[in-house]
Design a protein around this ligand. Structure first.
Ligand code: GDP
Ligand code: IMO
Ligand code: MG
Length: 428
C-alpha cells in the first residue's frame, strides 16, 4: 500500500486526531510531519479521553509505529512529559521514532514567541505561545538546532551561542527582558540525550523502506489548510506547511508515493486566534455551537470562534491539497436547529466570489452568501448507518458534498471511535 495524507481543511481542530486514530488500526506507521505542540488532538477510546500534542495520534493503536518526522519542531520537555503521561495510563510508547533532522524548540524561542505577541498588542497573531514561529524562523535562517546536534556538544554549544548572540540583544534591548545564558540552554538540551538516543532515526529512510515493503504509511498533518504558511490566511497562520505538499517535504516521502489525500472538515467552522473568518457568528447561534460542540482549545483552553459551514473554504481546501476524500465531523452538533445556513459564495464590495478571493484585503471584507437547509431534531449519536440518519441530515450531507469539490467518505456523529458512519471505504 502507498502513503496516505490526512490534513485539516479549515482552521484546525476538525477532528484529525479521531480520524487518524480510527485508521491507526489499519496502518503500519502514523507520521507527524509538521508543527509541534501547538497542535491539540482529543481522542476518545471506549470512554477514555486522551489529549495529544506532540505525539502522533497513532500512538494509541497497538502495532502501529508512531513517527515524528523531520518537518516537526520538537519541545523535548513536552515530548517526555507526554510520553510519561501515556505510559502512566498503560499506553506503550516504546515504538516511537524521532527524526534526527527535526528541529528542537529551545527555551529562548518559547520566550520570544510570548514577548513578540505581547509587543504586537492589537496586531498579535494569537499564537499558542509554544515557540513554534521563532523555531521555524531559525530553521529558515539556518541557525536552528536539530535533534542530531544534541549528540555533538561542541556543535550544539556553537549553535546556541550563535543564536543567542542576536537573540539576547533583542530580548534585552527591544523587549526589556533578561539575557539567557548559553550554558543554561545547552545543559537543558544535553539533559535529554540519553532518552533521545534510542528513538532517534533516519525517518525518511525508514519510511521509504517501509513503503518498499508494502507497508501503509499515514502522514498526519497538524493545524490545517487555512493556517498553512503559504496557503492560509497569512499573516494569521502558523509557521509550517500544513497542506498536503508539506507531508512530502516534512517526511521525505516523494509525491508519487502518495495515493490518497484525506481532508477532515467540520460540519460547521471554528477558528482559534486572530484573523478573518467570514461565517463567524457573534450571536446566540455562535454561543450555541460553542456549547454543543465543546469548542474550547485542547492546547490553550481558549474558546474557539464558531460559524457556519463555508463551502468556499471546502473547495479551496480540495484544490490546494488535491483532496480525494473528505471526512465530515461533528454533524451531531448541528442537531436541534430549525434552519442551517451554509455559505456557498462570498460577496465583496458588491461582487460575487465563488472561489477564494485573491487578496487578504478582499477576504477580510468577504460577506457570506447563505443557502438555507432544513434541520432535524432527532438525536443522531446512536446511528450506525447513513440510512438511519433523519432525511434532512442526509440531505445536508449530500448538499455539502455536492458543493465541496470531493467525495465524502465518512460522517462523525460523536467523539467516540464507534460514532462514525462510513459512506465509502477509505482503505481498500
Ligand atoms: P484535531 O486537532 O483536528 O485533532 O481536533 P481536536 O481534537 O482539537 O478537536 C476536535 C474535538 O471534537 C475533539 O474534542 C474530539 O473528541 C471531538 N470530535 C471529533 N469528532 C467528533 C464528532 O463527530 N462529534 C462530536 N460531537 N465530537 C467530535
Ligand atoms: P490542531 O492540530 C487550531 C493557531 C493559533 C494561532 C496560529 C499561530 O489542533 O488543529 P502558532 O502557535 O502555531 O504560531 O499559532 O495558529 N493554531 C491552531 N489553531 N488548531 C491547531 O492545531 C493550531 N495550531 C496553531 O491559535 O492563531
Ligand atoms: Mg486540535
Amino acid at each position: 500500500m502507498p502513503a496516505l495524507v490526512l490534513i485539516g481543511a479549515q482552521w484546525g481542530d476538525e477532528g484529525k486526531g479521531k480520524a487518524t486514530d480510527q485508521l491507526g488500526g489499519a496502518v503500519d506507521y502514523v507520521v507527524k510531519f509538521n508543527g509541534g505542540n501547538n497542535a491539540g488532538h482529543t481522542v476518545v477510546v471506549g470512554g477514555e479521553t486522551y489529549a495529544l500534542h506532540l505525539l502522533p495520534s497513532g500512538i494509541l493503536s497497538p502495532g502501529c509505529t508512531p513517527v515524528i518526522a523531520n518537518g516537526v519542531v520538537v519541545d523535548l520537555g513536552v515530548l517526555f512529559h507526554e510520553i510519561e503521561g501515556l505510559e502512566a495510563r498503560g499506553v506503550d510508547t516504546s515504538r516511537l521514532v524521532l527524526s534526527s533532522d527535526a528541529h528542537v524548540i529551545a527555551s529562548y524561542n518559547r520566550q520570544l514567541d510570548k514577548v513578540t505577541e505581547r509587543f504586537l498588542g492589537s496586531r498579535k497573531i494569537g499564537t499558542t505561545g509554544r515557540g513554534i514561529g521563532p523555531t521555524y524562523a531559525d530553521k529558515m535562517n539556518r541557525v536552528g538546532v536539530r535533534v542530531q546536534d544534541l549528540f555533538d556538544e561542541k556543535i550544539l554549544r556553537q549553535k546556541v551561542e550563535g543564536a543567542l548572540e542576536v537573540k539576547n540583544q533583542v530580548l534585552v534591548k527591544v523587549y526589556n527582558r533578561r539575557a539567557i545564558a548559553v550554558d543554561e540552554v545547552v545543559e537543558e538540551l544535553l539533559g535529554y540525550v540519553d532518552r533521545v538516543r534510542p528513538m532517534m532515526a533516519d525517518t525518511a529512510l525508514l519510511l521509504n523502506q517501509a513503503l518498499d515493503q508494502g507497508k501503509t504509511v499515514l502522514l498526519e498533518g497538524g493545524q490545517a489548510t487555512l493556517l498553512d504558511v503559504d496557503h492560509g490566511t497569512y499573516p494569521f497562520v502558523t509557521s509550517s506547511s500544513a497542506t498536503a505538499g508539506g507531508a512530502c517535504t516534512g517526511s521525505g516521502i516523494g509525491p508519487t508515493r502518495v495515493d490518497k489525500v484525506i481532508a477532515v472538515i467540520k460540519a460547521y467552522t471554528t477558528r482559534v486566534g486572530e484573523g478573518p473568518f467570514p461565517t463567524e457568528l457573534l450571536d446566540e447561534d455562535g454561543e450555541r455551537l460553542r456549547a454543543h460542540g465543546h469548542e474550547y482549545g485542547t492546547t490553550t483552553g481558549r474558546p474557539r470562534r464558531c460559524g457556519w459551514y463555508d463551502a468556499v473554504i471546502a473547495r479551496y481546501a480540495a484544490r490546494v491539497n488535491g483532496v480525494t476524500d473528505f471526512v465530515l465531523t461533528k454533524l451531531d452538533v448541528l442537531t436541534g436547529w430549525e434552519k442551517i445556513p451554509v455559505c456557498v459564495a462570498y460577496e465583496v464590495d458588491g461582487v460575487r466570489y465563488d472561489e477564494m478571493p485573491m487578496t487578504q484585503t478582499a477576504f477580510h471584507h468577504a460577506k457570506p452568501v447563505y443557502e438555507m437547509f432544513d434541520g432535524w431534531t432527532e438525536d443522531i449519536t446512536g446511528a450506525r448507518r447513513f440510512e438511519e440518519l433523519p432525511k434532512n441530515a442526509q440531505l445536508y450531507i449530500r448538499a455539502l458534498e455536492e458543493m465541496s469539490g470531493a467525495p465524502f467518505s465518512s460522517v462523525g456523529i460523536g467523539p467516540d471511535r464507534e460514532q462514525t458512519l462510513e459512506l465509502r471505504p477509505l482503505l481498500p
